[in-house]
Design a protein around this ligand. Structure first.
Ligand code: SF4
Length: 261
């Protein structure tokens, strides 16, 4: 399915809020949540299915959403973002925003672009290489992508390709004098220490820091599940080892704590 062309695309939501993850937590951003994703992560709780309308919260925090017909044109999206002032940047998120690279390339916006990506589509990344100022790149570990067998640690061919593509994407969108790029790795209770180390080693030269993000409990688990001492110790041990490679921080998802979008 094609989600985008250079003039029109499917957008799920547009709103203004604060960044809830990573080293830029708390900054004021407009968010463009694009439809569609090329992955199927085990812990995914994002509704990215495309629909006939885009939900547009014009007044920040109001919970009043206008229904804008999809697909949305570049001009329409620019106009929708226009009321949002005093922004640090505009977050392009999803789903997977790189599926919409042709569309993003044609956007004319007055704030820097902050790409939140699963980093598995290097050919798409090439199209907007010079357009983004901030890259919040995930390194999706094989265990996170459905199809990986945790018992045997077997990685399907498809997952090996995802890992190669991820490294290629970080290389392409690497930090430089005009762009920041950092890597976020979601670490669950069963995540293998060595796999995180290998992932971090592969991208350390391309990023300003590595973010270890504790897995956020969802649904009923959110009310009952405490992190546990073993998990906390594991995270701290991981951080200590990764600090040999790069600035490494442990930052949970903060927007979930106060119910913000
Ligand atoms: S990459 Fe993100 S949006 Fe896509 S399936 Fe994984 S967690 Fe969900």
């Amino acid at each position: 399915m094609s989600f985008a062309d250079s003039e029109f695309t499917y957008v799920k939501e547009v709103f203004c809020s604060v960044q809830g993850e990573g080293p830029y937590v708390g900054i004021r951003q407009a968010f463009v949540r694009f439809s569609g994703c090329n992955l199927s992560c085990e812990y995914c709780d994002t509704d990215f299915a495309s629909s006939d309308v885009c939900n547009y919260e014009k007044v920040e925090g109001s919970s009043i959403f206008e229904k804008i017909p999809n697909p949305v044109s570049t001009e329409k999206l620019e106009a929708m973002l226009h009321p949002f002032k005093k922004l640090h940047s505009i977050s392009l998120t999803g789903g997977e925003p790189l599926l919409h690279a042709d569309f993003i390339k044609n956007l004319d916006l007055s704030f820097p672009l902050y790409l939140e990506s699963n980093m598995t589509l290097p050919e798409q990344a090439k199209k907007i290489y010079e357009k983004v100022t901030f890259v919040a790149g995930d390194f999706k570990l094989p265990e996170a992508i459905l199809g990986f067998c945790p018992e045997t640690s077997e990685t399907h061919v498809e997952n090996t390709i995802h890992v190669e593509n991820t490294i290629e994407c970080f290389k392409l969108l690497r930090k430089n004098s005009s762009r920041d790029c950092f890597c976020k790795i979601v670490v669950g209770r069963n995540t293998k220490f060595e796999i995180v180390m290998l992932a971090a080693e592969a991208v350390a030269d391309y990023v300003s820091c590595i973010i270890l993000q504790p897995e956020t409990p969802v649904g009923s688990a959110a009310r009952t599940q405490q992190p546990g001492q073993a998990y906390i110790q594991k995270m701290l041990k991981l951080q200590k080892s990764l600090l040999e490679l790069a600035d490494t921080r442990i930052i949970p998802q903060t927007h979930r704590m106060w119910g913000c979008l």
